[in-house]
Write a new protein. Structure first.
Length: 305
C-alpha cells in the first residue's frame, strides 16, 4: 500500500523526519512511537499536508509525491485534532465531506446516513456537532474519513479520549473494515493494547527514525523457541532437572517458568521431567514476546545512542 524511501522533513534547524524508508503492506498496520517521534508529521507528509524536504515512493500504486493530490482523494484521514464546522449537524457534516469528495448531493446524503448507521450514531446525527462529546466527535471524524469509501484509511489516535466501551466499538469497526470490506488501515496510536488487538504489522518510530517494522506475529516470537510453564506448588526440583537436561530456565515474579530452547520434539521431555520430579503442571504454552517490552527496549536503545 505504501512504499517510501528517504523521506526527510525539517522545521528550521530541527530535523523531524530523518530519511525514513518504509514499506507498509495491506491489512492493518500500527504506527507506534513516543510523543515527538514524528508520527503525525510522517502522516501529514504522506498526505501532502506538509511538504517533505526529500523522499520518493508510491502510495496505492501512484507516484509519491508527484501525484499526492490524486493519492489524497483515495485516502480517508482521521486527524488527531478536532475538525468540525459549528452550526452543522452530524449528518450534514458527513454529507458535506461526501460532496467535497465528488458525490452528488442526494447520493452524498444517502451515503452519509449509511455511514452514520455503521458508526451507530442513532438520533445524535441530527444534533449540532458543537455539542458533541469526545466520543461523538471521534465517531464524526471516523465517519467523515470513511464516507467516500476509500481503499486506505489513515487514523491518527482514533481511540484517544474514549471510554472502554467506545474504544472497543471503534476497534471493532476498524477490524470489520479490514476483514469484511478489504480496506487497509494505518493506525497511529500510543495505546499498545489497541495495536495488539487488531493490527497485523507494526512500525515503531523513535526520534524521527523507523526503528522496527515487522509483522506482529514475527515480533512476538522469542529469538529461541520458548515455553511458558505454570506449576502447582514448588518448582525447585523441576527447575533442577530441567537445567541438568540442558534447558535454560528463567523464573518469573509469579513463580511461572520460561524454558528454552524447546523444539517441538523436546516438549515431551518437560512433561517426563515433571512426572519424575512429582511436579504438577497447570499450564504449558508457547511463550511470546511482549509488545510493551519491545516498544520500551526500542525507545530506550534509541535514547542511549
Amino acid at each position: 500500500m505504501i512504499e517510501i524511501a528517504d523521506l526527510a522533513k525539517s522545521y528550521g534547524a530541527v530535523q523531524v523526519l530523518k530519511g525514513i524508508s518504509l514499506s507498509i503492506p495491506s491489512g492493518i498496520t500500527g504506527l507506534l512511537g513516543p510523543n515527538g517521534s514524528g508520527k503525525s508529521t510522517l502522516i501529514k507528509a504522506l498526505l501532502g499536508l506538509v511538504q517533505a524536504g526529500s523522499g520518493h515512493g508510491s502510495i496505492l500504486c501512484r507516484r509519491w509525491p508527484n501525484e499526492v493530490r490524486s493519492i489524497r482523494e483515495s485516502i480517508g484521514y482521521l486527524p488527531e485534532d478536532d475538525c468540525y464546522i459549528a452550526g452543522l449537524s452530524g449528518i450534514e457534516s458527513v454529507a458535506l465531506m461526501a460532496n467535497l469528495a465528488g458525490l452528488p448531493k442526494v447520493e452524498g446524503l444517502r451515503r452519509a446516513h449509511e455511514i452514520c448507521d455503521f458508526c451507530e450514531f442513532g438520533e445524535e446525527r441530527y444534533r449540532g456537532v458543537e455539542g458533541y462529546s469526545t466520543g461523538m466527535r471521534q465517531k464524526l471524524k471516523f465517519a467523515q474519513a470513511l464516507v467516500h469509501d476509500p481503499p486506505l484509511l489513515i487514523l491518527d489516535e482514533p481511540t484517544t479520549g474514549l471510554d472502554p466501551g467506545q474504544r472497543e466499538s471503534m476497534l471493532r469497526r476498524i477490524k470489520t473494515l479490514n476483514v469484511r470490506y478489504g480496506k487497509s488501515i494505518l493506525l497511529s496510536t500510543h495505546i499498545l493494547p489497541d495495536v495488539k488487538t487488531i493490527c497485523d504489522s507494526v512500525v515503531i518510530m523513535v526520534d524521527g527514525e523507523v526503528k522496527v517494522t515487522d509483522t506482529l506475529e514475527r515480533l512476538s516470537r522469542p529469538a529461541h523457541p520458548t515455553v511458558h510453564v505454570s506449576v502447582v506448588g514448588d518448582a525447585t526440583e523441576l527447575v533442577s532437572r530441567l537445567q541438568e537436561s540442558g534447558f535454560n530456565v528463567v523464573t518469573d515474579a509469579d513463580g511461572s517458568l520460561r524454558i528454552s530452547p524447546v523444539a517441538e520434539d523436546r516438549v515431551d521431555v518437560i512433561w517426563k521431567l515433571a512426572v519424575a520430579s512429582e511436579t504438577k503442571i497447570r499450564r504449558l504454552v508457547p511463550a511470546m514476546n511482549s509488545l510493551d517490552k519491545i516498544f520500551i527496549e526500542t525507545a530506550s536503545a534509541a535514547e542511549a545512542i
